[in-house]
Design a protein around this ligand. Structure first.
Ligand SMILES: [Zn+2]
Length: 383
Protein backbone atom coordinates (compact mmCIF):
# COMPACT_ATOMS: atom_id res chain seq x y z
CA UNK A 1 0.00 0.00 0.00
CA UNK A 2 1.25 3.48 -0.85
CA UNK A 3 1.12 6.33 1.62
CA UNK A 4 0.49 10.01 1.16
CA UNK A 5 2.17 11.94 3.94
CA UNK A 6 1.42 15.39 5.35
CA UNK A 7 4.37 16.69 7.37
CA UNK A 8 3.63 19.75 9.51
CA UNK A 9 6.68 21.46 11.01
CA UNK A 10 6.78 23.27 14.31
CA UNK A 11 7.84 26.74 13.18
CA UNK A 12 6.30 28.30 16.32
CA UNK A 13 3.70 30.87 15.16
CA UNK A 14 3.55 30.18 11.43
CA UNK A 15 2.99 27.48 8.84
CA UNK A 16 5.28 25.09 6.98
CA UNK A 17 3.67 21.97 5.47
CA UNK A 18 5.28 19.41 3.18
CA UNK A 19 2.98 16.95 1.40
CA UNK A 20 4.58 13.90 -0.19
CA UNK A 21 2.37 12.16 -2.73
CA UNK A 22 2.88 8.88 -4.60
CA UNK A 23 1.58 10.03 -7.99
CA UNK A 24 0.66 7.35 -10.50
CA UNK A 25 0.98 8.06 -14.22
CA UNK A 26 -1.52 6.59 -16.71
CA UNK A 27 1.12 3.99 -17.68
CA UNK A 28 1.20 2.75 -14.06
CA UNK A 29 4.58 4.16 -13.06
CA UNK A 30 4.58 5.96 -9.72
CA UNK A 31 6.59 9.11 -9.00
CA UNK A 32 7.07 10.52 -5.51
CA UNK A 33 6.09 14.17 -5.76
CA UNK A 34 6.21 16.97 -3.22
CA UNK A 35 4.06 19.99 -2.50
CA UNK A 36 5.30 22.59 -0.01
CA UNK A 37 2.84 25.05 1.51
CA UNK A 38 4.17 28.31 3.01
CA UNK A 39 7.19 28.36 5.44
CA UNK A 40 7.32 31.30 7.78
CA UNK A 41 6.72 32.60 11.27
CA UNK A 42 6.07 35.92 12.98
CA UNK A 43 9.01 38.22 13.52
CA UNK A 44 8.20 39.16 17.03
CA UNK A 45 7.67 37.78 20.48
CA UNK A 46 7.81 34.17 21.52
CA UNK A 47 6.23 32.99 18.28
CA UNK A 48 9.22 33.99 16.17
CA UNK A 49 12.58 32.23 16.11
CA UNK A 50 14.40 32.26 12.79
CA UNK A 51 17.02 29.67 13.80
CA UNK A 52 14.40 26.96 13.51
CA UNK A 53 14.27 27.38 9.73
CA UNK A 54 17.67 25.69 9.53
CA UNK A 55 16.45 22.21 10.57
CA UNK A 56 13.13 22.68 8.72
CA UNK A 57 14.77 23.55 5.41
CA UNK A 58 17.38 20.82 5.90
CA UNK A 59 14.64 18.25 6.38
CA UNK A 60 12.76 19.46 3.30
CA UNK A 61 15.96 19.10 1.28
CA UNK A 62 16.44 15.62 2.66
CA UNK A 63 12.92 14.62 1.69
CA UNK A 64 13.39 15.98 -1.83
CA UNK A 65 16.54 13.84 -2.12
CA UNK A 66 17.93 15.87 -4.98
CA UNK A 67 14.67 16.07 -6.92
CA UNK A 68 13.12 19.45 -7.64
CA UNK A 69 10.15 20.59 -5.56
CA UNK A 70 7.11 19.96 -7.76
CA UNK A 71 4.80 22.59 -6.32
CA UNK A 72 5.20 25.46 -3.88
CA UNK A 73 2.06 27.22 -2.61
CA UNK A 74 2.16 30.67 -1.00
CA UNK A 75 -1.21 31.06 0.67
CA UNK A 76 -1.13 34.78 1.48
CA UNK A 77 1.18 37.71 2.04
CA UNK A 78 1.86 37.46 5.77
CA UNK A 79 5.33 37.00 7.18
CA UNK A 80 4.29 34.01 9.26
CA UNK A 81 3.71 32.22 5.94
CA UNK A 82 6.30 33.71 3.62
CA UNK A 83 9.52 34.68 5.31
CA UNK A 84 11.12 31.24 5.75
CA UNK A 85 12.31 30.57 2.20
CA UNK A 86 13.55 34.15 1.84
CA UNK A 87 15.42 33.81 5.14
CA UNK A 88 16.85 30.49 3.99
CA UNK A 89 18.13 31.99 0.74
CA UNK A 90 19.47 35.19 2.31
CA UNK A 91 20.87 33.98 5.61
CA UNK A 92 21.48 30.26 5.22
CA UNK A 93 22.32 30.01 1.53
CA UNK A 94 19.58 27.38 1.11
CA UNK A 95 17.81 27.55 -2.25
CA UNK A 96 15.34 25.13 -3.73
CA UNK A 97 14.94 24.04 -7.31
CA UNK A 98 11.18 24.52 -7.81
CA UNK A 99 9.29 23.66 -10.97
CA UNK A 100 5.85 25.18 -10.22
CA UNK A 101 4.62 27.77 -7.74
CA UNK A 102 1.17 29.07 -6.92
CA UNK A 103 0.83 32.47 -5.32
CA UNK A 104 -2.42 34.07 -4.29
CA UNK A 105 -3.93 36.07 -7.18
CA UNK A 106 -3.49 39.47 -5.55
CA UNK A 107 0.27 38.91 -5.29
CA UNK A 108 0.55 39.22 -9.09
CA UNK A 109 2.75 42.21 -9.93
CA UNK A 110 0.04 43.85 -12.06
CA UNK A 111 -2.92 42.85 -9.86
CA UNK A 112 -3.81 46.33 -8.62
CA UNK A 113 -3.57 47.83 -12.13
CA UNK A 114 -6.38 45.56 -13.22
CA UNK A 115 -8.47 45.68 -10.02
CA UNK A 116 -9.16 49.35 -9.22
CA UNK A 117 -11.66 48.73 -6.40
CA UNK A 118 -9.33 46.32 -4.62
CA UNK A 119 -6.55 48.87 -5.10
CA UNK A 120 -8.62 51.69 -3.60
CA UNK A 121 -9.45 49.61 -0.53
CA UNK A 122 -5.93 48.30 -0.18
CA UNK A 123 -4.57 51.85 -0.23
CA UNK A 124 -7.03 52.81 2.53
CA UNK A 125 -5.72 49.91 4.59
CA UNK A 126 -2.11 50.90 3.95
CA UNK A 127 -2.85 54.50 4.96
CA UNK A 128 -4.48 53.24 8.17
CA UNK A 129 -1.44 51.04 8.83
CA UNK A 130 0.89 54.04 8.46
CA UNK A 131 -1.27 56.11 10.83
CA UNK A 132 -1.20 53.33 13.41
CA UNK A 133 2.57 52.94 13.04
CA UNK A 134 3.00 56.67 13.76
CA UNK A 135 0.60 56.46 16.67
CA UNK A 136 2.51 53.57 18.24
CA UNK A 137 5.77 55.47 17.91
CA UNK A 138 4.15 58.29 19.86
CA UNK A 139 2.56 55.95 22.41
CA UNK A 140 5.00 52.99 22.65
CA UNK A 141 3.42 51.80 25.90
CA UNK A 142 0.47 50.57 23.81
CA UNK A 143 2.66 48.30 21.71
CA UNK A 144 2.03 44.98 23.44
CA UNK A 145 3.70 41.83 22.03
CA UNK A 146 0.43 41.00 20.25
CA UNK A 147 0.21 44.46 18.66
CA UNK A 148 3.88 44.18 17.66
CA UNK A 149 3.26 40.80 16.02
CA UNK A 150 0.29 42.24 14.10
CA UNK A 151 2.36 45.24 12.99
CA UNK A 152 5.25 43.06 11.79
CA UNK A 153 3.00 40.60 10.03
CA UNK A 154 1.20 43.33 8.10
CA UNK A 155 4.20 45.53 7.31
CA UNK A 156 3.95 46.10 3.54
CA UNK A 157 7.68 46.74 3.17
CA UNK A 158 8.84 43.54 4.92
CA UNK A 159 6.32 41.34 3.17
CA UNK A 160 7.18 42.96 -0.17
CA UNK A 161 10.71 41.61 -0.32
CA UNK A 162 9.64 38.07 0.64
CA UNK A 163 6.88 38.07 -1.98
CA UNK A 164 9.34 39.38 -4.59
CA UNK A 165 11.58 36.45 -3.78
CA UNK A 166 8.71 33.93 -4.03
CA UNK A 167 7.55 35.35 -7.37
CA UNK A 168 10.86 34.29 -8.86
CA UNK A 169 11.18 30.99 -6.98
CA UNK A 170 9.83 28.58 -9.60
CA UNK A 171 10.29 27.92 -13.28
CA UNK A 172 6.58 28.54 -13.71
CA UNK A 173 4.48 30.74 -11.42
CA UNK A 174 0.67 30.81 -11.47
CA UNK A 175 -1.40 33.38 -9.55
CA UNK A 176 -4.40 31.44 -8.36
CA UNK A 177 -7.97 32.11 -7.22
CA UNK A 178 -11.26 30.20 -7.13
CA UNK A 179 -12.09 28.86 -10.56
CA UNK A 180 -8.57 29.27 -11.96
CA UNK A 181 -7.61 26.83 -14.72
CA UNK A 182 -4.78 24.71 -13.30
CA UNK A 183 -3.90 23.02 -16.59
CA UNK A 184 -0.13 23.11 -16.90
CA UNK A 185 0.21 24.72 -13.47
CA UNK A 186 1.61 21.54 -11.83
CA UNK A 187 3.17 18.24 -12.87
CA UNK A 188 0.87 15.89 -10.90
CA UNK A 189 -0.93 13.24 -12.94
CA UNK A 190 -3.03 11.38 -10.40
CA UNK A 191 -3.48 13.85 -7.56
CA UNK A 192 -6.24 16.37 -8.27
CA UNK A 193 -6.28 19.94 -7.05
CA UNK A 194 -9.03 22.51 -6.71
CA UNK A 195 -8.66 26.08 -5.55
CA UNK A 196 -11.70 26.99 -3.41
CA UNK A 197 -10.61 30.52 -2.50
CA UNK A 198 -9.78 33.40 -2.66
CA UNK A 199 -12.12 35.20 -4.99
CA UNK A 200 -10.35 36.66 -7.98
CA UNK A 201 -11.46 40.17 -6.94
CA UNK A 202 -10.34 40.65 -3.34
CA UNK A 203 -12.20 43.96 -2.85
CA UNK A 204 -14.86 42.26 -0.76
CA UNK A 205 -12.35 41.10 1.83
CA UNK A 206 -11.35 44.68 2.65
CA UNK A 207 -13.94 45.85 5.09
CA UNK A 208 -14.38 46.91 8.67
CA UNK A 209 -12.16 49.97 8.96
CA UNK A 210 -13.55 52.30 11.63
CA UNK A 211 -12.93 56.07 11.75
CA UNK A 212 -9.67 56.84 13.52
CA UNK A 213 -8.46 60.17 14.84
CA UNK A 214 -5.22 59.28 16.51
CA UNK A 215 -4.16 62.89 17.05
CA UNK A 216 -0.49 62.38 16.32
CA UNK A 217 1.56 65.48 15.60
CA UNK A 218 3.43 65.16 12.31
CA UNK A 219 6.99 63.86 12.29
CA UNK A 220 9.06 67.03 12.10
CA UNK A 221 12.26 65.36 11.02
CA UNK A 222 13.99 62.03 10.61
CA UNK A 223 15.25 61.94 14.18
CA UNK A 224 12.24 63.48 15.93
CA UNK A 225 9.58 61.17 17.28
CA UNK A 226 5.98 62.11 16.64
CA UNK A 227 4.04 63.16 19.72
CA UNK A 228 0.46 62.90 20.79
CA UNK A 229 -1.44 66.14 20.52
CA UNK A 230 -4.14 66.86 23.06
CA UNK A 231 -7.09 68.35 21.20
CA UNK A 232 -9.30 70.80 23.10
CA UNK A 233 -13.08 70.61 23.03
CA UNK A 234 -14.69 73.30 20.89
CA UNK A 235 -16.62 75.98 22.79
CA UNK A 236 -20.00 74.75 23.94
CA UNK A 237 -19.11 71.05 23.72
CA UNK A 238 -19.20 68.95 26.87
CA UNK A 239 -15.57 68.23 27.74
CA UNK A 240 -16.22 64.73 29.13
CA UNK A 241 -18.11 63.61 26.03
CA UNK A 242 -15.47 65.17 23.82
CA UNK A 243 -12.58 63.35 25.48
CA UNK A 244 -14.54 60.09 25.42
CA UNK A 245 -14.88 60.48 21.67
CA UNK A 246 -11.18 61.23 21.28
CA UNK A 247 -10.35 58.18 23.37
CA UNK A 248 -12.75 55.96 21.41
CA UNK A 249 -11.31 57.04 18.09
CA UNK A 250 -7.81 56.45 19.38
CA UNK A 251 -8.81 53.00 20.44
CA UNK A 252 -9.98 52.38 16.87
CA UNK A 253 -6.38 51.47 16.05
CA UNK A 254 -6.80 48.01 17.58
CA UNK A 255 -9.90 47.17 15.61
CA UNK A 256 -8.39 48.59 12.40
CA UNK A 257 -5.23 46.60 12.85
CA UNK A 258 -7.35 43.46 13.08
CA UNK A 259 -9.31 44.51 9.97
CA UNK A 260 -6.03 44.90 8.07
CA UNK A 261 -4.85 41.50 9.30
CA UNK A 262 -8.17 39.87 8.43
CA UNK A 263 -8.21 41.25 4.87
CA UNK A 264 -4.86 39.62 4.08
CA UNK A 265 -5.87 36.35 5.78
CA UNK A 266 -8.96 36.19 3.61
CA UNK A 267 -6.84 36.33 0.45
CA UNK A 268 -5.46 32.91 1.49
CA UNK A 269 -5.28 30.28 -1.21
CA UNK A 270 -7.57 27.47 -0.04
CA UNK A 271 -6.53 24.32 -1.85
CA UNK A 272 -8.17 20.93 -1.83
CA UNK A 273 -6.15 17.86 -2.78
CA UNK A 274 -7.79 14.60 -3.84
CA UNK A 275 -5.84 11.37 -3.90
CA UNK A 276 -7.18 7.80 -4.02
CA UNK A 277 -10.48 8.68 -2.36
CA UNK A 278 -9.06 11.03 0.26
CA UNK A 279 -9.72 14.76 0.24
CA UNK A 280 -7.35 17.03 2.13
CA UNK A 281 -7.93 20.73 2.72
CA UNK A 282 -5.27 23.38 3.24
CA UNK A 283 -6.99 26.73 3.89
CA UNK A 284 -3.99 28.87 4.91
CA UNK A 285 -5.35 31.53 7.25
CA UNK A 286 -8.78 31.93 5.61
CA UNK A 287 -11.16 33.65 8.01
CA UNK A 288 -14.91 33.69 8.29
CA UNK A 289 -15.59 35.95 5.28
CA UNK A 290 -13.69 33.62 3.00
CA UNK A 291 -15.49 30.52 4.33
CA UNK A 292 -18.78 32.30 3.74
CA UNK A 293 -17.89 33.09 0.15
CA UNK A 294 -16.79 29.50 -0.45
CA UNK A 295 -20.19 28.43 0.84
CA UNK A 296 -21.97 30.96 -1.40
CA UNK A 297 -20.14 29.57 -4.41
CA UNK A 298 -20.97 25.98 -3.44
CA UNK A 299 -17.39 24.70 -3.28
CA UNK A 300 -17.37 23.36 0.30
CA UNK A 301 -17.24 19.57 0.47
CA UNK A 302 -16.49 16.98 3.16
CA UNK A 303 -12.79 16.39 3.75
CA UNK A 304 -10.81 13.79 5.67
CA UNK A 305 -7.97 16.14 6.53
CA UNK A 306 -7.98 19.77 7.60
CA UNK A 307 -5.00 22.01 8.25
CA UNK A 308 -6.77 24.12 10.85
CA UNK A 309 -6.99 27.67 9.55
CA UNK A 310 -5.26 30.66 11.10
CA UNK A 311 -3.46 28.80 13.88
CA UNK A 312 -6.70 27.87 15.60
CA UNK A 313 -8.15 31.37 15.95
CA UNK A 314 -11.85 31.85 16.61
CA UNK A 315 -12.23 33.53 13.19
CA UNK A 316 -10.33 30.92 11.18
CA UNK A 317 -12.89 28.14 11.58
CA UNK A 318 -16.43 28.70 10.37
CA UNK A 319 -19.33 28.25 12.76
CA UNK A 320 -21.15 24.94 13.00
CA UNK A 321 -23.45 25.46 10.02
CA UNK A 322 -20.56 25.88 7.59
CA UNK A 323 -18.24 23.48 9.35
CA UNK A 324 -20.89 20.81 8.82
CA UNK A 325 -20.18 21.02 5.08
CA UNK A 326 -16.47 20.34 5.57
CA UNK A 327 -16.49 18.05 8.60
CA UNK A 328 -20.06 16.72 8.82
CA UNK A 329 -21.09 15.50 12.29
CA UNK A 330 -21.38 11.95 10.92
CA UNK A 331 -18.09 10.73 9.55
CA UNK A 332 -17.92 8.51 6.50
CA UNK A 333 -15.98 5.30 6.55
CA UNK A 334 -12.61 7.04 6.28
CA UNK A 335 -10.91 8.32 9.38
CA UNK A 336 -10.70 12.12 9.65
CA UNK A 337 -7.86 14.15 11.04
CA UNK A 338 -6.83 17.77 11.56
CA UNK A 339 -3.52 19.44 12.36
CA UNK A 340 -2.96 22.61 14.32
CA UNK A 341 0.08 24.77 13.69
CA UNK A 342 0.28 27.41 16.41
CA UNK A 343 2.23 28.86 19.31
CA UNK A 344 0.78 30.24 22.54
CA UNK A 345 0.97 33.83 23.78
CA UNK A 346 1.72 35.34 20.38
CA UNK A 347 -1.62 36.40 18.90
CA UNK A 348 -4.32 37.34 21.41
CA UNK A 349 -6.74 34.49 22.04
CA UNK A 350 -5.02 32.09 19.59
CA UNK A 351 -5.44 29.15 19.63
CA UNK A 352 -9.04 29.36 20.78
CA UNK A 353 -10.05 26.49 23.07
CA UNK A 354 -13.72 26.52 22.04
CA UNK A 355 -12.83 26.36 18.35
CA UNK A 356 -10.52 23.42 18.95
CA UNK A 357 -13.19 21.65 20.99
CA UNK A 358 -15.61 22.06 18.07
CA UNK A 359 -13.13 20.54 15.61
CA UNK A 360 -12.24 17.79 18.09
CA UNK A 361 -15.92 16.86 18.24
CA UNK A 362 -15.59 15.95 14.53
CA UNK A 363 -12.10 14.47 14.19
CA UNK A 364 -8.78 13.75 15.86
CA UNK A 365 -6.61 16.85 16.19
CA UNK A 366 -2.81 16.76 16.30
CA UNK A 367 -0.87 19.88 17.29
CA UNK A 368 2.75 20.86 16.79
CA UNK A 369 2.65 22.62 20.17
CA UNK A 370 5.20 21.19 22.56
CA UNK A 371 7.47 19.79 19.86
CA UNK A 372 11.02 21.08 19.77
CA UNK A 373 11.70 23.88 17.29
CA UNK A 374 11.77 22.61 13.73
CA UNK A 375 10.43 19.14 14.63
CA UNK A 376 7.32 17.84 12.86
CA UNK A 377 4.25 15.66 12.99
CA UNK A 378 3.36 13.27 10.15
CA UNK A 379 -0.17 12.35 9.15
CA UNK A 380 -0.43 9.47 6.68
CA UNK A 381 -3.14 8.35 4.29
CA UNK A 382 -3.05 4.91 2.78
CA UNK A 383 -4.16 4.37 -0.79
ZN1 LIG B 1 -0.68 32.90 9.82
Amino acid sequence: MAKLRVRVYNVRFGDAVLVTIPDRAPNGSVAKRHMLIDVGNVLSGAGGADELFRPVLADIQKQLAGQPLDLYVMTHEHLDHIQGLFYGAEKLGVRFNVTHAWLTASAAPDYYDTHPEAKRKRLQMEAAYEQIAQFLRAAPELETPYVRALMHNNNPRDTGQCVDYLRSLAQKTTYVHRGVDLTGAHPFQEAQFEVWAPEEDTADYYRGLVPMALAVSPDSGASALPGLTEPLPPAGVDAGAFYNLVEMRRRGYGSNLLAIDRAANNTSVVVSLEWRGWRLLFPGDAEYRSWKMMEQHGVLQPVQFLKISHHGSHNGTPDVELLDKVLPPRAGRRRRRAVLSTYPDTYGGVPDAETLALIQSRCAVTSVEGLTDGAYVDIEFTG
